[in-house]
Ligand binder design. Structure first.
Ligand SMILES: Nc1nc2c(ncn2[C@@H]2O[C@H](COP(=O)(O)OP(=O)(O)OP(=O)(O)O)[C@@H](O)[C@H]2O)c(=O)[nH]1
Ligand SMILES: [Mg+2]
Ligand SMILES: [Zn+2]
Length: 305
């Protein structure tokens, strides 16, 4: 039985890539099989000739979110790099970006911030946010999907990687994919979009080959994103600069909320740690604790303090 790569998922349908490069439709066998874009699956044919994915091969890395019930849910598999996209319009929510960055760090996935639509004026508040991310050690690329020259650095960063573009609806993920994916793939991008109030909105995650090597994943826009709490590790919960400071906190299990002699809070007070990033950490810490509290007692032992 050969293994095939999942290049798109829409509802209960899967698009698999055959060895020849051709795409093949399939569906998961059974309700309990969680299959996402980027997975490798083994397939069988049913009696009536339908392709059934019967097994998901172990994933190297996976991006997971907390669903409405606070349970982990896989979104994208086998990516090596997560690229949260933001733009001057629609109005950016930096807290969503921070939670994507935390999820990536927690899952061993690299992160690259992409500020799209740099042909539009940048609001002052966004300048400050970009500085906060750069201070934390993240690279921020400023590009425009409508200006091929601005994409040169981004192309370099995609080579040899599987990069997923994520973020709010309308920031330009699909426009970037159109500029970065191999031309032959372009026609298929439209198939997975829905016309909504005159706008194209992506409805399915989809994997493409980049022009310059590597792979790139498109994904539907989000209103919010919460990482799977099972993946977050104290003392930083995926906030890399909090993690680095935590070794100097007085208590090993410091939550960096009210504890005395907390190196993280001290760094906020003297300006070494971006205050907005710290506020974002606090929000994630509260979410982390609230969601764990909803879990049955038997599972709570798994929570790391
Ligand atoms: N000015 C400007 N507009 C852009 C740029 N990139 C994309 N847009 C526009 O932004 C709008 C939304 O772009 P999409 O690529 O559909 O955004 P998306 O992130 O894929 O949105 P969802 O699929 O809903 O998540 C379109 O009207 C694009 O033409 C850019 O660099 N500059
Ligand atoms: Mg899109
Ligand atoms: Zn602390």
């Amino acid at each position: 039985m050969q293994s095939l790569k999942v290049i798109a998922t829409f509802g209960r349908h899967l698009l698999l890539e055959e060895a020849s490069g051709a795409a093949m439709l399939a569906r998961p066998r059974g309700r309990n099989l969680e299959i996402v874009c980027g997975d490798w699956v083994r397939c069988e044919q049913s009696g009536d000739g339908e392709n059934l994915a019967v097994e998901v091969l172990p994933r190297e890395r996976v991006l997971r979110r907390s669903n409405a019930r606070g349970r982990p849910e896989a979104l994208l598999a086998n990516l090596t790099q997560l690229a949260p996209i933001l733009a001057p319009l629609p109005k950016p929510d930096p807290f969503i970006i921070d939670r994507y960055l935390a999820a990536a760090a927690s899952a061993g996935i690299g992160a690259l911030l992409v500020m799209n639509k740099c042909d539009l004026p940048l609001p002052d508040s966004l300048h400050a946010d970009l500085e906060g991310w750069r201070a934390a050690g993240y690279e921020v690329l400023q590009v425009s999907a409508h200006d091929a020259d601005s994409l040169a650095l981004l192309r370099q960063q995609l080579a040899g990687q599987t990069t997923a573009l994520v973020g709010q609806s309308g920031v330009g993920k699909s426009s970037l994919i159109r500029a970065l994916a191999r031309a032959g793939d372009e026609a298929q991008i439209g198939e997975l979009m829905r016309q909504e109030e005159g706008r194209h909105t992506t409805t399915a995650a989809r994997l493409f080959e980049c022009l310059t090597g590597g792979h790139i994943m498109d994904s539907p826009g989000v209103r919010d994103f919460a990482p799977a709490i099972d993946d977050l590790r104290p003392p930083g919960l995926g906030f890399v600069e909090v993690q680095a400071l935590a070794a100097q906190c007085r208590f090993l299990d410091c939550r960096h909320m009210q504890e005395p002699q907390c190196a993280v809070r001290a760094a906020v007070e003297d300006g070494r740690l971006d205050a907005r990033r710290y506020e974002s950490y606090r929000r994630l810490r509260r979410l982390y604790e609230n969601l764990w509290a909803l879990r049955p007692q038997s599972e709570q032992a798994r929570q790391l303090i």
